[in-house]
Design a protein around this ligand. Structure first.
Ligand code: NAG
Ligand code: NAG
Ligand code: NAG
Length: 444
């Protein structure tokens, strides 16, 4: 009874929602629109459950990239103010009493600038959105992926740790939303995000719930994996030997990473299944940068691509006492350069922890209930039904700066051109998880 009341409460209409844009294949991230300042200026931000800062480039950003929107100009907003050094926020620098920030990400890029407070409105459905005062970072500098990406910036959804509040924290504190909950639903292309509850009308199954084990990251207890119903030979200790629970759900990381031992066992079990006649039914192809061979889709043999996907093993993750399915159509992906060749979006994180990235999150509405420290999974196609512009402008890829190539060759140089080096390159280039993760978990 209580449960029914509870569910009714959180599927009420008091939540905010937005269309999510993006994909794993060509962009490597998923993003939303936010509206900043007065008059409102649009910014597009990567949805990142692995960090807390919201930040995007502002006018004056030196040597910064070309992004979807113009740089934010806080001087043109009549509600903006610069955050001072004495405001009980930890500043990474203090210049003329203006609080500075600086953050680096595990994939190698960094952003830095000053903190500004102004109005922010989330999403694209203004009938539901609240205008709130929030502190965000105004980049003065951005490097590597942050400069070359099309999207403007990033929005953190990690849990509260210091007094740097995320948008979810602010909406909840202001009573603009009823519950301290948000839900992310990534489809193969685009998706839906809700803050303050979730929309069960998009669910294909009822949510199943597992516990969250950390106050900052969305850490879960992953303790076994099934391929076609058979347990992959890994012990629960292999999952937890490094950290509290060993596994985080991080929407800002493109792919999924397991520590070497888990990765190798999984790959072996995977290959064993694929070596059987009729399974994983595509010609094996080497793809540059991939550690393991990929599978060529033959559209004459399988006119419907879902029949091709169904020759691949079903993959289930045992989390607490629930099992979450990761369908082949979501763990397989094709690089834009080789669109009919499908690779497995799972890589080794050497001695690091396990990161279930954006590609793992696809095909489920994942409900982050911070109130009761639970994470829910409900299968969904994650198709936004309210109007959204699928053909929104995509600017041409920003030209590589000499420095970008520099990083590339450093990695090549230090690791050598082995298949392990390939993993490292992809990892550095595609991975987005956070510096905090580095510090706290001594990752990488
Ligand atoms: C601030 O800008 C908004 C939007 O342009 C405008 O409606 C409002 O009147 C301005 N407020 C002040 C105090 O100038
Ligand atoms: C919930 O999802 C349904 C089905 O996609 C949609 O029609 C409805 O507008 C959504 N409601 C909200 C509040 O997002
Ligand atoms: C969708 O985006 C494209 C490209 O930016 C634009 O030309 C078109 O007018 C937009 N359509 C709508 C309905 O907003």
């Amino acid at each position: 009874m209580f449960l029914i009341l509870f569910i009714n409460l959180i599927v009420g209409e008091s939540f905010e929602h937005a269309v999510v844009y993006g994909n794993t294949e060509s962009l490597g991230y998923y993003y939303v629109d936010i509206w900043v300042g007065n008059p409102s200026m649009r910014q597009t931000v990567i949805i990142d459950t692995g960090s807390r800062l919201t930040a995007f480039p502002c006018v004056g950003c030196e040597n910064c990239g070309k992004h979807i929107d113009l740089y934010f100009d806080y001087k043109k907003s009549n509600t903006s103010r610069l955050v001072q050094c004495n405001e009980d926020i930890s500043c990474s620098s203090c210049d003329n009493n203006v609080c500075g920030y600086s953050q680096s990400y595990a994939e190698g890029s960094s952003i830095s600038g000053i903190l500004v407070e102004d109005d922010i409105m989330f999403g694209d459905d203004f009938a539901y959105a609240h205008r709130v005062k929030a502190i965000f970072g105004c980049h003065r500098r951005e490097t590597y992926l942050f400069r070359t990406q099309q999207v403007d910036g990033i929005m953190g959804f990690a849990q509260q740790k210091n007094n740097m509040l995320t948008l979810v924290d602010i909406l909840y504190r202001n009573d603009d939303i009823d519950s301290n909950v948000f839900a992310i639903c990534f489809g193969k292309e685009d998706g839906v995000i809700t803050i303050g509850g979730y929309n069960s009308s998009i669910h294909l199954s009822s949510p199943v719930w597992a516990s969250l084990y950390d106050d900052t990251f969305y850490a879960i207890k992953l303790h076994y994996m099934l391929l076609n119903g058979n347990k992959v030979p890994i012990t629960a200790a292999d999952f937890s030997s490094f950290y509290t629970t060993g596994t985080i759900v991080d929407s800002g990381t493109t792919f999924t990473y397991f520590s070497t031992k888990i990765y190798l066992s999984l790959l072996e079990a995977f290959n064993e299944i694929c070596n059987k006649e009729g399974n994983c039914d595509g010609e094996l192809k080497e793809v540059y940068g991939e550690a393991h061979a990929c599978y060529k889709y033959d559209n004459k043999k399988y006119t419907d691509i879902s029949d091709f996907f169904s020759t691949f093993p079903s993959f289930k993750l045992g989390i607490d006492d629930i099992e979450v399915e990761w369908k082949a159509k979501y763990y397989l992906f094709a690089w834009p350069e080789t669109p009919n060749t499908f690779c497995i979006g799972i890589y080794s994180n050497s001695a690091g922890g396990n990161v279930l990235g954006g590609n793992f999150m696809r095909g489920n509405d994942i409900i982050f209930n911070r109130e009761i420290k639970k994470i829910g999974f409900a299968s969904s196609d994650c198709i936004p039904d309210y109007p959204h512009n699928k053909s929104r402008i995509i600017i041409p890829t920003y030209k590589k700066h000499v420095n970008d190539i520099g990083v590339f060759s450093v990695v090549l140089g230090s690791c050598g051109l082995t298949s392990i080096a390939s993993v490292t390159i992809i990892y550095i280039l595609r991975k987005r998880s956070k510096s905090q993760l580095n510090e706290e978990n001594q990752e990488v």
